[in-house]
Design a protein around this ligand. Structure first.
Ligand code: F6P
Length: 344
């Protein structure tokens, strides 16, 4: 078979491990694998390169994606869907593997509905894709953020400060909840639960009153205030990307100011940003990404199009793309309640 593979959306540690797995298994079974460059943009322009066993050697530990990525939404372009189909035919493809999150796989599902043979692989450091218990990249992001909290603890304690750590998580607070729990954060704020500034200040003041003169607050970039309606979150500007997402960021600085004003304790901010997405994947993510790649190739070979490789319990199985893109997977509030036990 002639199989195309692309990576779309924000990059994520483990993408190269998926590509390597698809190529290694595909080549063993006599398939030709074509790397489509720059996500869906490559399916508009036709930019691609042949992938061989040699070209994917030495990739398992490398972050980023050798295929490059973009946030291109082909359906935002006039006749974009038709152009993608034309590229698919011109390249002589029999199937396409799309590695991405809700946006990339949303496009994949639309194309599948028009008859294109597509299989998905779930990717996002945010871990908010439905249908799979975990996405690869998440464990790496949590590991990086937890290490940051460990480091912030010692400096916060030395200076008797409140330090606010802003982590990624546009719509969901998976990274914040996991790293906050693992790092012993004193407050964790997530998009799923709008916060009240007075309550946050009270938790911190109460903690400081029993002799702990420092606090660590972890906030997901998409967390917002309980405004009783209206937009409670903080955004960088009014612009949106091709999938309609605003650029978030700034909630950490906002919180630090408000906490300082309300408690009188000195506050500082660390915005972890893209450090969470860069560098080598953890062993857990390398293995999960490899299992997803092998499964995706198997699904193509079996002709099970319109599905996505997914982690269900400890098994890698197939779920429908429709289920995966229907709604976001929000934080398990039972887990958040466990984290809350340790607030203050
Ligand atoms: O989708 C993953 C993600 O890392 C989000 O958590 C974050 O809001 C966004 O990407 C940042 O996007 P960009 O890399 O385009 O700034």
């Amino acid at each position: 078979m002639r199989i195309g593979i692309l990576t779309g959306g924000g990059d994520c540690p483990g993408l190269n491990a998926v590509i390597r797995a698809v190529v290694r298994k595909g080549v063993q079974e006599g398939d030709a694998i074509l790397g489509i460059l720059h996500g869906w943009n490559g399916m508009l322009t036709g930019q691609h390169e042949e992938l061989t066993q040699r070209s994917v050697s030495g990739l398992i530990h490398r972050g980023g994606t050798i295929l490059h990525t973009s946030r291109t939404n082909p359906f935002k372009e006039e006749s974009g869907g038709e152009k993608v189909v034309a590229t698919f035919k011109r390249l002589g493809l029999d199937a396409l593997i799309a590695i991405g999150g809700e946006d990339t796989l949303g496009v994949a599902f639309k194309l599948f509905q028009t008859g294109m043979p597509i299989v998905g692989v779930p990717k996002t450091i945010d871990n908010d894709l439905a249908g799979t218990d975990f996405t690869f990249g998440f464990d790496t992001a949590v590991t990086i953020a937890t290490e940051a909290i460990d480091r912030l603890h010692t400096t916060a304690e030395s200076h008797d400060r409140v330090i606010v750590l802003e982590v990624m998580g546009r719509n969901t607070g998976w990274i914040a909840t996991y790293c906050g729990l693992a790092g012993g954060a004193d407050v964790i704020l997530i998009p799923e639960k709008p916060f009240n500034l007075n309550e946050v200040a009270e938790v911190i003041s109460a903690r400081h009153s029993y002799g702990k003169n420092f606090s660590i607050v972890v906030v997901a970039e998409g967390a917002g205030m309980d405004t009783g309606g209206g937009e409670g979150y903080v955004k960088q500007d009014e612009g949106t990307d091709e999938f309609g997402h605003v650029r978030l960021g700034g909630v950490g600085h906002f919180l630090a100011r408000e906490i300082e004003d309300r408690t009188g304790f000195e506050a500082r901010v660390t915005v972890l940003g893209h450090v969470q997405r860069g560098g080598s994947p953890t062993p857990h993510d390398r293995i999960l990404a490899t299992r997803f790649g092998v499964k995706a190739h198997e699904l193509v070979r079996e002709g099970r199009f319109g599905t996505m490789a997914a982690l269900v319990g400890n098994r890698v199985d197939a779920v429908s793309l429709e289920e995966a893109v229907k709604s976001l997977k929000t934080v398990d509030m039972d887990l958040y309640r466990i984290a809350e036990i340790f607030f203050g």
